[in-house]
Design a binder for this molecule. Structure first.
Ligand code: PLP
Length: 501
């Protein structure tokens, strides 16, 4: 790994002025970010501007300490319930190998979603029994790699299953597989999905295999049952588990060595400190769309809501940036839900089945931020300012309409070519793609102390999906660099995933 020269952690402008790190930029209305201490400290040191200067803009900064804390909280909850339990980190949520390394060292598993992700995890000596492959589309080469290396395959459909049988026969090996299920009954409706075998089709399929094609089964070790649901609903997970327990019993009675139940990811997290701010934002945004309040978003963008004949239709197309319960508490809620004569945990314990999960985003809570340099400020005829950053919208984006978390502004330490804007301006962050829609944040932001060229804008808590999920090289812009920061040593080094890119 290339080492980036660290600077001493000297006090910086925020310390000099006594202003808090949040005071330079707030949303209109504010959505105050939860800030990990390491992020707040780094934003007030001289290290960050030097890193940004050296590595270019934008820059992703990562830290694995919160990752360990977040995972440990899950293990603690499961252990308190007396369960055999393992976390398989869904690494598609962040490409950096620092998290794979931490998972390996701490004995967590890794969930891989492509042949590249899998190959890197194998290259980094993660034991194959600690790897699952849940790729949505699996090439022959990927299936072959899984079988050869002993990685468990989460099987999605019959074509995949039959290809695995043929490849395993060719390789003279047995494939470890988990069947992915969907179509659970929940509150009188079915949870339909593009993924997995339908719960109603799996029993006849297994019977068929046992009766008509028993030779197929000698190439398969069916060791697990798997689901991953859209959304963040606890009760849906409870329904899914309840409906899979009888299937597990039946598979075991048919001599399949089912060892684990994998409940996938989608563990919720919060990005914001205040539920009140979140509720107030949405109430006021609705009023703005109805014309009863000044707009909070660029050209009154609906964020998923549309005004039709005087009423708002649709639902917010945004992550629930504030929610409760989250993470380990959310898991505990599932495990203590009623099931059979006791709780879900009782039912799992009684069956001596290992519980597995595959969180991505929520394990990365607090593990990273994205910093970008201000290159221009310009005032629109409307009076609003546009703040141009060396960054494009794919570098802090998911399928969500907007990143509803207030960025931080870190004033430049060096004198720039042009003076700062006046204090108290407000406006929008715009990015480097040549489209009218290229906004980095749709929300209007306020800058009480103005904005200068060379200031840094920091998007907090972007490690889960935001920094990597949609990044693109349109316009031939290079991808952002990723540095891993160790707040014990103040060292920052480039993540080793760079060697694969
Ligand atoms: C994406 C994905 C995950 C991780 O989901 P998060 O919302 O990041 O926790 C886990 N399992 C599967 C199969 C996935 O596709």
């Amino acid at each position: 790994m290339k080492t980036v020269e660290p600077a001493t952690s000297a006090s910086f402008s925020t310390a000099q002025t006594g202003r808090s790190v949040r005071s330079y930029c707030q949303g209109m209305l504010p959505l105050t970010a939860k800030l990990e201490p390491w992020i707040a400290e780094l934003c007030q040191s001289t290290i960050l501007p030097e890193l940004a200067q050296k590595q270019g803009s934008p820059l992703n900064v990562l830290n694995t300490q919160p990752f360990e804390r977040n995972a440990k909280a899950l293990y603690d909850v499961a252990e308190a319930q007396g369960l055999e339990f393992d976390v398989y980190f869904a690494r598609k949520a962040n490409k950096c190998l620092a998290f794979v390394e931490t998972a390996k060292n701490q004995g967590y598993g890794v969930d891989t979603a492509s042949i590249q992700e899998l190959q890197q995890v194998l290259d980094n000596q993660v034991p194959p029994e600690k790897i699952i492959c849940t790729a949505a589309v699996k090439s022959e080469a990927l299936l072959r790699l899984c079988i050869k290396s002993g990685v468990t395959i989460a099987v999605d459909h019959l074509d995949e299953l039959m290809q695995i049988v043929i490849l395993a026969e060719q390789l003279k090996q047995r494939a470890d597989i988990a069947v992915r299920l969907s179509g659970f009954q929940h509150q009188g409706a079915r949870l339909l999905s593009r993924f997995g075998f339908d719960l109603d089709e799996i029993r006849p399929l297994i019977e068929d295999l046992q009766n008509a094609s028993p030779h197929c089964l000698q190439y398969l070790n069916l060791i697990g049952v798997h689901f991953h649901l859209d959304g963040y609903c606890q009760a849906q997970r409870v329904s899914a588990i309840q409906q899979l327990l009888p299937l597990i019993d039946e598979l075991r009675s048919r001599d399949f060595p089912v060892r684990f139940l994998d409940i996938g990811g989608g563990f919720p997290m919060s990005y914001l400190e205040s539920e009140t701010e979140w509720d107030t934002f949405w109430q006021t945004h609705r009023r703005a769309l109805l014309g009863e309040h000044r707009p909070l978003t660029y050209r009154n963008h609906g964020l998923g809501l549309t005004l039709v004949e005087g009423t708002l239709i649709g639902k917010p197309n945004c992550y629930p940036y504030y929610q409760s319960p989250v993470q380990a508490n959310w898991l505990e809620g599932i495990l203590t839900s009623e099931c059979e004569a006791g709780t879900i945990a009782d039912s799992l314990r009684k069956r001596q089945i290992q519980l597995r999960c595959e969180p991505g985003r929520s394990l990365l809570d607090g593990c990273g931020f994205t910093a970008a340099r201000v290159e221009f400020r310009k005032q629109q005829p409307t009076g609003d300012w546009l703040i141009g950053l060396s960054m494009n919208r794919t570098q802090c984006r998911t399928s969500s309409d907007d990143f509803l978390v207030d960025p931080l502004l870190i004033p430049a330490t060096e004198e720039s070519l042009l003076p700062r804007t006046p204090a108290g301006i407000s406006g929008y962050l715009v990015g480097a793609y040549c489209t009218e829609s290229e906004l980095l944040c749709l929300r209007k932001l306020q800058f009480p102390h103005g904005v200068g060229i060379g200031d840094l804008i920091v998007f907090p808590n972007t490690a889960g999906y935001f920094m990597h999920f949609l990044e693109s090289r349109s316009h031939q812009f290079p991808l952002a660099q990723n540095v891993v920061y160790d707040n014990d040593t103040n060292q920052a080094e480039l993540d080793s995933v760079e060697t694969y890119l």
